[in-house]
Write a protein that binds this ligand. Structure first.
Ligand code: ADP
Length: 370
């Protein structure tokens, strides 16, 4: 288990890398850390294997307080942690199995590995590990003769061959093309489940994070903004930052009046579960698929808008509209066979009320999170 308890990291030049981070990662859990560049993702990862020291707070990894480690104990601790980076760091002119074997015998100079001075049981471990990642048949090929995806599998085999307590992955798929990334996502998830290893996975790709992890931690400016399941983060984001960062959304101004949401142009929407929301100004997040579009003459009582543009993408059509109040919104609907909406059409928008989110005016609190 990994526990960050009010952890902060300030770099010597004063830059805040982590700001009061609290995060608990259970044994066997797969957590994706997601955020823009500079959000603090790598700083968090590097704190776990003590590549740097945190400034304050406590960080426990499997019962060990990592801040207190030094010398031999620190080296031993690091050996219990598998790492996979964006660059595969393979010794390219050497066989795949020797690349993996070198990780089994970290104290042995690499030239001795090349000479074959390793134990039979280490060789068995290396072959087992290559089998787990699905490239046993490539064991005796030179690493540089493999494809990008296969090289990534070798990097993974090398990380898990030591049977680490924790696996840290920093943007491991960024160097692969789109198709391979999809394939490797599935492979990593499957291997992680089989091995049951606690995994922290840094990415800036939200779809990758959603598809691969049990839990996502969204970071911004050194702080964790939201920790939750992919579904929780998408459906009930903790604040407007998370709502706009994960997926797409429209943020609109409105007021709450005794369970009724009132838009500046006067349209009203009521729902029982909104009665607990305090009266006053709010921010409303409506994802593009949470609007329903109607021809203006078909439906009264929704938000009036004019269609500015639409893009047909096969399964869905994206609509860009301007509300009567002036706000621009984006909407996605499943494409209809007989599309009749033309730019300039007057339409009415209703809301999928159970799905939308209502935040405090400053965007920091989602009133619909229980
Ligand atoms: P991410 O991985 O999300 O892109 P980082 O953890 O690398 O973000 O960086 C978080 C913040 O810390 C950024 O502002 C970055 O510029 C800063 N930072 C990272 N490493 C150092 C360092 N060695 N010295 C000073 N500032 C750093």
């Amino acid at each position: 288990m990994i526990v960050f308890d009010h952890v902060s990291k300030v770099y010597p030049n004063g830059t805040v890398g982590l700001d009061d981070v609290c995060l608990r990662i259970d044994d066997g859990e797969f957590v994706a850390i997601i955020g823009r560049s500079g959000a603090g993702k790598s700083t968090l990862l590097r704190a776990v294997n003590r590549m740097h020291q945190i400034t304050s707070g406590t960080l426990m990894v499997n019962g060990t307080d990592v801040t207190g480690l030094s010398g031999k104990r620190l080296r031993q601790f690091r050996r219990g942690i598998g790492m996979v980076f964006q660059s595969f760091n393979l010794v390219t002119r050497t066989s795949v199995i020797k690349n993996v074997l070198a990780a089994c015998v970290p104290d042995m100079p690499f030239w001795r590995v090349l000479l074959g001075a390793f134990r039979k049981e280490d060789k068995i471990k290396a072959l087992e590990s290559l089998d787990k990642v699905g490239i046993l048949d490539k064991a005796y090929m030179r690493a540089d003769q493999l494809s990008g995806g296969q090289q990534q599998r070798v990097a993974l085999a090398r990380a898990i061959v030591i049977k680490p307590d924790v696996l840290l992955m920093d943007e491991p798929l960024s160097n692969l093309d789109a198709k391979l990334r999809l394939e490797m996502r599935q492979a990593i998830r499957k291997i992680q489940r089989e091995v049951g290893i606690t995994t922290v996975y840094v990415t800036h790709d939200q779809e990758e994070a959603m598809s691969i992890s049990d839990t996502i931690a969204v970071m911004n400016a050194g702080k964790i903004q939201h920790i939750g399941t992919p579904r929780d983060i998408y459906q009930r984001p903790a604040n407007t930052f998370v709502a706009t960062f994960i997926g797409r959304t429209n943020i609109l101004d409105a007021r709450m009046e005794q369970g009724t949401l009132v838009f500046p142009t006067g349209e009203r929407f009521t729902r029982d579960s909104w009665r607990t929301i305090p009266d006053g100004p709010v921010k409303v997040s409506v994802r593009p698929e949470e609007f329903v579009v109607h021809h203006a003459d078909e439906k009264a009582g929704g938000l009036s808008a004019v269609l500015e543009d639409s893009v047909y993408l096969g399964l869905n059509t994206h609509y860009y509209l301007k509300l009567t109040g002036g706000a621009s919104v984006e909407l996605i609907q499943e494409s209809a066979i007989d599309e009749k909406l033309e730019p300039g059409s007057a339409v009415t928008l209703t809301l999928k009320e159970e799905k939308i989110n209502i935040f405090s005016e400053d965007g920091t609190k989602n009133y619909l999170r229980v």
